[in-house]
Design a protein around this ligand. Structure first.
Ligand code: ASP
Length: 439
């Protein structure tokens, strides 16, 4: 564990290095060779076209695909396993209900905070039309081959959640259908004979671990991938885009901060009957692990240990709420998705009605539930949210260069949200549970 942590830390420094170097290199090239003369942007020099076509663009794309390839099996395995475990604890049905209610309410609060901020600050408004067109041309449709097909939002969207053929849904990365199937499989597993039940749980756990291993390999490539992505972004658009992204980044981080330092303390004192300062002090190892790994899954062992040893939460509650939370409860991710969807809509000049924004809230909560607790786990699901606001999934490429930083921050909120849920469930159910012989 200690080894993993230190190598993860040095990886983060290298990723940050890749980000900074990519931004510097791209910005220098942009301001030296692509500064508009009399309002006209000069054509890019041949060597730059070559570098982008044969080096930085492929590296960025390959990095993205390495992450995307794990998403379907990981979401399926972790979700089905989470439900199977929940269903297996029949006597904990009420705890399940409370946990889900807490997850959904806090995620909804997070998205509402994010949408309020992004609508007030409007970080995506103000890009000159020429740059908008250029961005649309460059990024639009680029990720289409790896992301699910854009859909419209209507009654058919809900019908389509139920897959006709679950394998086909997996192939097409129709994540809501994959989630639906995973829920049924998870429930079904609890009805199997003990021997088969265990077999399925072991299998799903192994699939999850395999995917985490592959993501670990992909992440070794991250410093180069991030360098390439930010280099392309800055070389092509320079400071105008960076300035817009900076406001967007600040909006996301301020939103996460409000949820963490205003909403969580209120919930901790009222529902959890715990001093928020004590909570933040005791959960420091969890905060550090989440921030440095950008992965709810990777942080889970630390969360469980801290909950049991430091927060004195009984093992049945910690072992139930936290693994489920690592898969399903993602406050930071939901907020990030909401801000990003509205930000990109602003970039492309798409006005959103109140109804559309409410749909965004619902979609963000649903897709945050489906997002895998791994670095960049929410990126493919963000495509679904984008299609509901009429933005091409390929536009995700615009924010990928800064996603690593945001991922570190939102994962910290994701994991702390699980910890607050465990504190609440312990406060309301801990006493009853310790008396129950079935637990
Ligand atoms: N990295 C996040 C997590 O593990 C998921 C995401 O938003 O990409 O919680």
């Amino acid at each position: 564990m200690a080894e993993t942590t230190s190598s993860e830390n040095s990886l983060h420094i290298r990723v940050l290095g890749g980000l900074i170097l990519g931004a510097i290199a791209g910005t220098i090239i942009n301001s030296t060779f692509l500064t508009p003369v009399d309002g006209v942007k000069p054509p890019p020099p041949e060597w730059l076209v070559f570098i982008q076509k044969y080096i930085t663009d492929p590296i960025g794309q390959v990095f993205l695909r390495l992450l995307l390839m794990t998403v379907v099996p990981l979401v399926f395995a972790s979700l089905a396993l989470g439900v199977a475990r929940l269903g297996g604890m029949g006597s904990l049905g009420r705890i399940g209900l409370k946990t889900f209610a807490y997850f959904f309410l806090t995620m909804t609060a997070a998205v509402v905070i994010g949408l309020t901020l992004v609508n007030l600050v409007k970080p995506g408004v103000g890009l000159p039309p020429a740059i908008q067109t250029q961005m649309a041309e460059q990024f639009g449709g680029k990720l289409n081959d790896t992301l699910s097909k854009p859909t419209t939002f209507g009654i058919q969207t809900f019908i389509d959640i139920v897959p006709r053929n679950p394998l086909q849904s997996m192939v097409n990365m129709e994540m809501l259908s994959v989630i639906f199937f995973a829920l049924l499989v998870g429930i079904g597993i609890t009805r199997l004979k003990a021997e088969h039940n265990q077999l399925m749980q072991n299998f799903l756990e192994s699939v999850g671990e395999l995917m985490v291993f592959i993501i670990g390999l992909a992440m070794k490539f991250a410093p180069f991938g991030v360098f390439a992505l930010i280099f392309n972004t800055t070389a092509n658009f320079g400071l105008d885009l960076l300035k817009n992204l900076a406001t967007y980044v600040i909006v996301v981080i301020v939103g996460l901060g409000i949820q963490m330092f205003v909403v969580f303390p209120i919930l901790l004192s009222s529902l959890g009957k715990m001093n928020p300062l004590t909570f933040f002090k005791l959960t420091r190892p969890v905060i550090l692990t989440a921030f440095s790994t950008s992965s709810s899954n990777a942080t889970l062992p630390t969360s469980i240990r801290t909950a049991e040893q430091d927060l004195k939460i009984p093992a049945p509650i910690a072992g139930f709420v936290l693994p489920l939370g690592a898969t399903m409860n993602m406050n930071g991710t939901a907020l990030f998705e909401g801000v990003t969807a509205v930000f990109l809509a602003q970039v492309f000049g798409i006005e959103l009605t109140l109804t559309q924004q409410i749909i965004v809230v619902v979609m963000c909560v649903l897709t945050a539930v489906g997002a895998a607790g791994v670095p960049g786990g929410s990126i493919p699901l963000l495509a679904l949210v984008l299609t509901t606001v009429g933005v091409q999934p390929g536009a995700i490429a615009i924010i990928l260069g800064v996603d690593r930083l945001l991922d570190m921050c939102r994962t910290t909120l994701n994991v702390l949200g699980d910890m607050t849920a465990a504190v609440y469930i312990n406060q309301s159910e801990g006493a009853a549970l310790s008396k129950s012989p079935t637990s």
